[in-house]
Design a protein around this ligand. Structure first.
Ligand SMILES: Cc1cc2nc3c(=O)[nH]c(=O)nc-3n(C[C@H](O)[C@H](O)[C@H](O)COP(=O)(O)O)c2cc1C
Length: 209
């Protein structure tokens, strides 16, 4: 059975470079036989988490908790849980991920369960993945590559849930000076990111031998 790789793309510009890079990682994965799908988060109806905690406090027997908000997130989380690998791609906005990406990440809370009244601990994940699933992270920004450290908060935010869910981040790349990418650098980065997609599938296959 072929693997499924999902890309979650957090730029409002669905034809921008961040989106093209996400697509290139998916093409790399597809070249290794994976089924691939890019979710442009800006096109999804994702409401802000209201902080009610009901998704984590109730129905602990379910693989995904129940969120009272009615929007696209329930369907996205089903796809998320069924997938084998992930591409997270986001521009740096104000030193971190875009609000589009952040809203999506916060709404991944139903992947956890928590005893009411038990505070001070990282929530338990409903379905630990045992490092059989993998992820790659891509960030783009106006600051040139020598300031790549500015993307660290993006990588931290995009990888936090993976750490708790036992999903390995196998590679991450910051592409800076994004509004001045010439043809040669564009080709190099597209190829580098394509290879990240290839390697992710190889790592998933290795983990499942
Ligand atoms: C509101 C806003 C905030 C931004 N903040 C940063 C920033 O803190 N650091 C940075 O390097 N680039 C910043 N940028 C530039 C974006 O990262 C850049 O436009 C984006 O990566 C381009 O990718 P895209 O066209 O594929 O969306 C910002 C852009 C906008 C619109």
């Amino acid at each position: 059975m072929s693997l499924t790789i999902l890309a979650f793309m957090g730029s409002p510009r669905i034809k921008g470079l961040c989106s093209q890079f996400a697509a290139s990682a998916l093409q790399g994965a597809a070249s290794r036989g994976a089924e691939v799908h890019q979710i442009n988060l800006v096109d999804c109806d994702i409401k802000h988490c209201t902080g009610c905690h009901s998704c984590v406090y109730t129905k602990h027997e379910l693989p995904i908790g129940m969120c009272p908000l009615k929007d696209d997130m329930a369907g996205i989380l089903e796809q998320y849980l069924a997938a084998d690998g992930y591409v997270m791609a986001c521009p740096v906005y104000d030193f971190t991920v875009t609000s589009i990406m952040k809203a999506f990440i916060e709404r991944r809370f139903p992947m956890y369960k928590k005893q009411k009244g038990l505070h001070g601990k990282i929530p338990e994940v409903r379905v630990p993945q045992g490092f059989k699933k993998k992820a790659v992270l891509i960030a783009t920004g106006d600051a040139s590559d020598e300031y790549a450290a500015i993307a660290e908060p993006c990588f931290d935010v995009m990888s936090g849930h993976f750490m708790v869910e036992e999903i390995d981040v196998v590679s991450q790349l910051y592409v800076g000076y994004i509004h001045n990418v010439d043809e040669q650098r564009y080709k190099e980065k597209m190829q580098e990111i394509f290879t990240m997609g290839v390697r992710m599938v190889e790592e998933i296959e290795k983990a499942r031998l």
